[in-house]
Write a protein that binds this ligand. Structure first.
Ligand SMILES: [Zn+2]
Length: 342
């Protein structure tokens, strides 16, 4: 179902600033309610609804999406509410002269790939129930236990249209204010030539699931990737560390960690028994005085990461106690590392 054009026009008039219709190219233009166009609000119209191509874009903030996502963003209505409204919609007379339109809420930016579908939203999933990519994404989420993991994020997404990130599971990184400020994507299909994991382009790395870290637990468990961090309470992720760099955190991540000065950090990497990069990264972290989870031989030789452990054991959580008991620093840690034959 596509939103009727008359409905989109109505919504454009409702939420954009001082709209105007340009007949020669069949385009509506207005002040952008998303960025409010900086200093040129009330002076310029840089937000366009291009009717023939069925999309809305802003030449100031770079917003580009189908009308549906724009209406969601500007109205605060849910996917279902919009479709319900559009279905019962009658063409109402539009008072074009009425130019002082009140914008309901301020929007900072669009931080997800183009036209993302929320895979944790029942209505959206139902709407795309016959779409192969959406179904494959849901099956992957299900088989990796990401829909039941104890520390799963508040949403998971997929885009069918984004130039770089389409057909990949989008894992949002929420900050402490429940805003998505970064994301990583994971390939759904093994056979495509793109990397298994991709970060947001030009985005500064944020910590994963910052909105779920609780001071009730004295520890924060730092993973490289968000998927493993889903299986431990107070699990966070840095979106990768470089093997040969001393910089473990981005500037933003360092600032974010400052709020948790009293918590103890434990690094949880992939099994040092199976992964040579993880083995050398563990050594570097220990040299820097960090505390590192050292995989016990029995499970470390069998499983590469926490996600694999949880899938094999059919569990949704690794207990913090287990990690704490197997985490070490300094000489003790070095000694245990020397037992790992590689
Ligand atoms: Zn804008």
């Amino acid at each position: 179902m596509i939103l009727p054009q008359t409905y989109v026009v109505q919504k454009f008039y409702q939420y954009a600033g001082y709209p105007k219709y340009k007949k020669y190219n069949n385009t509506y233009e207005a002040g952008c309610p998303i960025c409010r166009e900086g200093k040129s609000w009330q002076r310029k119209r840089r937000c366009y609804y291009i009717v023939d191509d069925d999309y809305i874009c802003c030449h100031n903030c770079g917003w580009t999406s189908r009308p549906l996502k724009w209406i969601q963003e500007t109205s605060g209505l849910s996917f279902k509410e919009i479709f319900d409204e559009a279905a019962t919609f009658d063409i109402l007379p539009i008072d074009v002269s009425k130019e002082d339109i009140v914008v309901k809420r301020e929007i900072t930016s669009d931080t997800l790939p183009l036209d993302c579908i929320n895979l944790f939203d029942h209505d959206q999933v139902l709407y795309y129930k016959d779409n192969k990519v959406v179904n494959d994404a849901l099956n992957l989420i299900n088989s990796r236990r990401l829909n039941s993991a104890v520390n799963k994020p508040d949403s998971l997404w997929v885009s069918l249209t984004d130039k770089y990130q389409k057909n990949r599971i989008v894992i949002p990184f929420y900050n402490e204010k429940d805003e998505i400020v970064f994301y990583q994507t994971r390939a759904i299909y093994n056979n495509d030539d793109t990397p298994k994991y991709l970060g947001k382009m030009n985005g500064e790395k944020s910590l994963f699931n910052l909105n779920k870290i609780s001071a009730d637990l004295d520890y924060i468990f730092v993973f490289e990737g968000p998927i493993d961090a889903c299986f431990v309470r107070n699990g966070t992720a840095v979106a990768g560390i470089q093997e040969k760099s001393d910089k473990m955190f981005s500037h933003l991540q360092k600032e974010q960690l400052n709020q948790f000065k009293l918590s103890k950090l434990i690094w949880v990497l992939d099994s040092q028994w199976l992964d040579s990069a993880s083995f050398s990264k563990s050594h570097r972290l220990l040299d820097a005085g960090e505390t590192v989870f050292i995989w016990p031989e029995k499970i470390g030789k069998q499983f590469k990461d926490f996600n694999d452990v949880c899938i094999a054991a059919k569990i949704n959580e690794i207990s913090p106690q287990y990690i704490i008991e197997n985490s070490h620093e300094g000489l003790k840690a070095k000694l245990l590392m020397s037992n790992i034959s590689r």
